[in-house]
Ligand binder design. Sequence first.
Ligand SMILES: [Mg+2]
Length: 233
Amino acid sequence: MAIGAVLFDCDGVLVDSEIVGLEDSAEFLRSNGFSWSPEDLIRLFTGKRDDLFRKGLMEGFAAVLGREPREAEKEALYEGLIEARRANRHKMKAVPGALETVKLVSELGIPLAVASSSKQVYLDSKIERYGFGPYVLPHVYSAEFVDHGKPAPDIFLHAAERLGVAPDSCIVIEDSPFGVEAGVAAGMEVWGFTGGGHCLEDHPMRLNQAGSSRIHATHSALQQDLVRVMEEQ
Ligand SMILES: [Mg+2]
């Protein structure tokens, strides 16, 4: 295939953020009567936009309480979880090799973008903090500004449109089943990435079930495959 563009998810692909604060989040939820483990949190929410995360969280809360939570209770629960993550922010790192992958794609002359469920302000700060900016800016897109979050295709279609490339020529790099579904729904080829600290043993299988056509466990494996595909063109 001719690669028209590579669209990178951010969290769990470029930045190893999904694992950060997970234990503290589960602990906070336990103190509020939830029985969700860190693994449950990964399966339920990884890759989802804030509105879908909030919706799922409140459904769980209603089940715990046996009634609809009040507004103040909703806010306290949501803010407590955000704080559990924020308190661990200093532990966040780039995924090993991610910068080299982005650099390689750029040097191969392939257009690239970042398409993320993260809010734009957080996304921009992660892109800047780990040095991705020179290779990806200005094409850093948050699902905050499209109608529907992943697993809907909106953010990937938006990124392709802004790059001026056909969706069916794009390769999406994704770590979450919801993100893989979003890329497939956009008519793109999706390569699953399992190099993030949050990836469980069944993660490759879950990405394949969601529709990924290849799986890479490290950025160096992903780089080799990209070079191989470019040489075959
Ligand atoms: Mg992700």
